[in-house]
Design a protein around this ligand. Sequence first.
Ligand SMILES: [Zn+2]
Length: 122
Amino acid sequence: MTGEIDNLPGSQYPTNSEWHAMMYPEWTPEHAEKLFNQYVDINFNSCTKEGLARALHAVQDSYAPGHENFAPWHGTANATFPQWVKIIIDHAWYDNGSYFTRDVRNITKNMIKKWSKQCECQ
Ligand SMILES: [Zn+2]
C-alpha cells in the first residue's frame, strides 16, 4: 500500500518533494525537513488509512538511497541522460526493498503500533 504513493497524481512533482523526504531545489534543507515533519504529522494524525500510508511512505523514503539528507529532486522532465540513468538505478534498488533494513522495518512496525493505539477510538 505504501508503494502506491509514488503513483498518486502529482506525487513526482518536485514541489511535492516532502512526500518522499526530498527537497525542491529552491528550498533549503531546513525548509525541506520542516515540510517533511509537518507532512508526516498531519497524515499520521489524520487517522485515515491513506494518511498512515502517506506518513509511512515518507518516513521509509527518508531511509532510501538517493533520498538521504533531503536530496534535491528536480523531477525527471529536465534530467540529463546520466541523471536519468541514476534515477532509474536508484529506484530499481528502492522498489525491490533492498534498503529495507531491520531498522526501517522496526520503525514501520512501531509507527503502525502507535497509529493503531492513537486512532482505534475514531
Ligand atoms: Zn516515494
